[in-house]
Design a binder for this molecule. Sequence first.
Ligand code: CUK
Ligand code: CUA
Length: 638
Amino acid sequence: MEKKVWLLAVGMTAFALAPGCKPKGAQTAITGDAASKVYVAPGNHDEFYNIVSGGFNGQISVVGLPSGRVLKILPVFSVNPENGWGYSEESKPMLNTSHGFVPWDDLHHIAISTTNAEHDARWAFANANNTPRIARIDLNTFKTVEIIEIPNSAGNHSSPFITQNTEYVVAGTRFSVPVGDNQDVSIDSYKENFKGHISFIGVNPESGEMNLSFQIEAPPFNFDLARAGKNMSHGWFFFSTYNTEMAHTLLEVNASQKDKDFIMAINWKKAEEYVKAGKGTKKKASYVHNKWDEETHSATSTKIEEVLTLDPTVLKDIVYFIPCPKSPHGTDTDPTGEYIVGSGKLAAIIPVFSFTKMLAAIENKDFEGELNGMPVLKYESVLHGEVVKPGLGPLHTEFDGKGFAYTSMFVSSEIVKWNIETLEVVDRVPTYYSVGHLSIPGGPTGKPHGKYMVAYNKITKDRYLPTGPELAHSAQLYDISGDKMQLLLDFPTIGEPHYAEAFPASLIKDRQVKFYPIEKNMSPFALKGITDARVERKGNEIHVYMTSIRSNFRPDNIEGVNVGDEVYFHVTNLEQDWDVPHGFAIKGANTAELLIMPGETSTLKWVPDRAGVFPFYCTDFCSALHQEMQGYLRVSPK
Ligand code: CUK
Ligand code: CUA
């Protein structure tokens, strides 16, 4: 009994902190009505795909809405033994970096490709927070097909944000770092030697292929979340920045001294013109670019040695600063592109800026001064207005396309709905607990589908059956179709979700690749039929060209291998049918399994360390004779 009271108290204190506003909706008695709204009957499909970041697991989870069902764990930056991602010889180069093979990262944000500011859902982009990289996922195969590293950058939190026709994926550096030839400098020389960079990664409109087009040099601030302008503000980018104090130690104190930090507005169309006019400078940089090839079913990794940079203190009209209260964490632009919302996580208001006013202020040179050689606009001249008493700790804002914004309040643990024009708070609901990002289908685009909203919460506490010290993170689904938000469902998530984007399932469900045509398999190790199966020795390399099809491996008895040989199992899955992967695993191998899609070839490398006979088998229950799908490898002493 005592415990129950205590748990309730923990829950309540969070939103009791909200000033002068007792959160309504705390009653959120879940009625049968709520259950029917999230119930997707067996055999039926969800209405939306939700592509959810996995945070410290480095992966993406694919979730159906409104059911909250997890449909897939899609490996991106972290090795995944389940399907051999980062273990198969073909996929290893995808995790290559200038630091070598990096088997993990911290994935925070998702961007779904758009055309004219509406989801086309051809690709998903995701960021690696730790070793700065951007990945592109093909949404026809749900596979990571490209990863590009970002030079002159550290802590790639501030990405990936896309422009409205997916012209660019944009990334800001969280940590400023020393750049150039000598990076072995005193940390105390931060202000002189450290730099921030904003990277513009061009996306090929047909293939989706990325390339680092240019970087804009920036002062050693920390950059946080950003959004592209859209519709009327297309051509601009808005980055939140903090630590404009340029502290390099005790940031929790030193980076919160000023009343205002800034939103950095970048005229990227102008920057693009300067690039075309040859105003950029080529600088040495070192990064890798990894691509997956759908024909050979394998990845290649290319090293690149230079990058084009623009200096906004010389090219004066590409960067402007808008003052924004207290360490903004997020910046969001509304569906029309007119309003730019700043969320200072230590601020008591939410400032909303007007793009039209910003242009006028630039035109009139309505500057309050300069910051590191770049103009600072006057707060009042750009401000549309402030949302007052929204709650505590505004983090992230999404839009419903009906004139309302929804801002997550981390400290007061609630979601606040407000009118973008009048800035009036019209509804608030508690979240359990300490909400981070919100996700409305189409929420960051010009055309939101304002039906559901998911809150991705940081603290779970008492929401589920306890599982020791670590609890599943928690998502909450709200109905936002009416005037009042209504909590419908809690569902646990995988890893630590940060941002997620959702879009109508109808956009992609009929274009999913079901299998790969075997005649188009250009892997040098592909086999077109069972009769091609064989074993070849080349020096101390053994190449096993193996087929798998229900329900056998060929060859299934392999001899003539010695201890210390490098054994390569090149396994081709000959199936030409949907949903029939075969697995391959061998006893004692210090690697993961392979999970080979129909029509694909994958390779597992193993160096046996002892003599004996080693069984191998298919790991994916594929037919009534799945248990018969096995074989032996004999290893003899050297
Ligand atoms: S962050 Cu996690 S709650 Cu990395 Cu987008 Cu704001
Ligand atoms: Cu193939 Cu089980």
